[in-house]
Design a protein around this ligand. Structure first.
Ligand code: ATP
Ligand code: 3PG
Length: 396
């Protein structure tokens, strides 16, 4: 990576604003997977030991610029305190007089966590005023939020206009590993895409078609493609205004000779609930009954996906195959996790929920790389420059 890192800074006694990606999966106030917090620890520990005054910032979820206690970073402060073995105080906001006061009280080696930066509308708009307010809190800026590096936001990009800006160890590790593995991948190269962020990721798929040999599409993402094939989807999560794009992508894949695998059968449920009535239907001949929704891939699809994975030498996986948080709809994701774990080639799993699913399946240690980035790793793989990385100082 040709960017300066935290090693290049003299941080003793300095206030260091560290952007992390603590966007962890939650069940109420319970963190269900702390991978992203653990992954940030090397940078935080290094800064503590070097005598910096550490100001941590992150988003959580998509609160859309409004204060919403559901997306508070309180659970993260608690988990960080446990992991670091020292109290991590949290502020009520990410800017303003209270934050400034708390920052002024920091001693060398102290750690302070700011409240969710997305409680301010200016964050996602990369508002220069907000970026300036973040920058005013510190002397130096470290971006360790690889998972959010594909977003040009005030705390991931704008702030770097005002402070010396470098990468943290996690950012460095992610970029170096993926850069090496994906530069000249062993083929066949397969992308497995699922999850729920359809409009975000569907555009990424177009560029991915030029990189991969095979593409498996499952989870919520698959529904828009199945609709493009004319199948019935009932009340399933799908993006009606992306159906045409999905059809165009399928045609493009065919012209490029990229094999696309979609669910042949689906687990459908009468409602979005863990104990909902559910059954398996054939995607083409039966479809999803009206009022029902597809929440997992079916057994036939699991077998097909396993065969595709078996003949792959490089795999990048982002997005679960179903609503894995509910046991009744977790089988497809667990099956894919086990199949990927058996692959002897390079396997990269990325994304907050995808990593949680792999952890839940107990196969995390059998992946070549667990990435903290979902959308970010897909955009990196596409070959796009990530704004959160571009903003950092070059290593000349
Ligand atoms: N068929 C489906 N219907 C509704 N939700 C689904 C379906 N399949 C998967 N999901 C949901 O998708 C969510 C995860 O999607 P997402 O795209 O955010 O993946 P991710 O791994 O967290 O990646 P990123 O880090 O980019 O957010 C899970 O909460 C899961 O329940
Ligand atoms: O989970 C992610 O992919 C990152 O935390 C970024 O979240 P976003 O898609 O809401 O920007």
């Amino acid at each position: 990576m040709n960017k300066k890192t935290v090693r290049d800074l003299d941080v003793k006694g300095k206030k260091v604003f560290v952007r992390c990606d603590f966007n962890v999966p939650l069940d109420g106030e319970q963190i269900t997977d702390d991978t992203r917090i653990v992954a940030a620890l090397p940078t935080v520990r290094y800064l503590i030991e070097a005598g910096a005054r550490v100001i941590l910032a992150s988003h959580l979820g998509r609160p859309k610029g409004e204060v919403n206690p559901k997306y508070s970073l309180n659970p993260v402060a608690k988990r960080l305190s446990e992991l670091l073995g020292k109290q991590v105080e949290k502020t009520q906001d990410s800017i303003g007089p209270e934050v400034q006061e708390r920052v002024n009280l920091l001693a060398d080696g102290d750690v302070l966590l700011l409240e969710n930066v997305r409680f301010h509308k200016g964050e996602e708009k990369n508002d220069p005023e907000l970026a300036k307010q973040f920058a005013a809190l510190a002397d130096l800026y470290v971006n360790d939020a690889f998972g959010t590096a594909h977003r040009a936001h005030a705390s991931t990009a704008g702030i770097a206009d005002h402070l010396p800006a470098v990468a943290g160890f996690l950012m460095e590790k992610e970029i170096n590993f993926m850069g090496k593995a994906l530069e000249d991948p062993n083929r066949p190269f397969t992308a497995i895409i699922g999850g729920a962020k359809v409009s975000d990721k569907i555009t990424v798929l177009e560029n991915l078609l030029h990189k991969v040999d095979q593409m498996i599409i499952g989870g919520g993402m698959a529904n828009t493609f199945l609709k493009a094939l004319g199948y019935q989807l009932g009340d399933s999560l799908l993006e009606a205004d992306r159906v045409e794009l999905a059809a165009a992508l399928l045609a493009k894949a065919e012209s490029l000779g990229v094999m696309v695998f979609l669910p042949e059968d689906l687990v459908v449920a009468s409602e979005f609930k863990a104990d909902a009535e559910h059954k398996v239907v054939d995607a083409e001949t039966e479809g999803v009954p009206s009022g029902w929704m597809a929440l997992d891939i079916g057994p036939k699809t699991m077998r097909t996906f396993e065969l595709v994975v078996q003949r792959s030498n490089t795999i990048v996986w982002n997005g679960p195959m179903g609503v894995f948080e509910m046991d009744a709809f977790s089988k497809g994701t667990i099956s894919v996790a086990n199949s990927v774990a058996k692959c002897t080639g390079t396997t990269i799993v990325g994304g907050g929920d995808s990593v949680a699913a792999v952890e839940k399946s107990g196969v995390a240690d059998r992946m070549s790389h667990i990435s903290t980035g979902g959308g970010a790793s897909l955009e990196f793989l596409e070959g796009k420059a990530l704004p959160g990385v571009v903003a950092l100082l070059d290593n000349k």
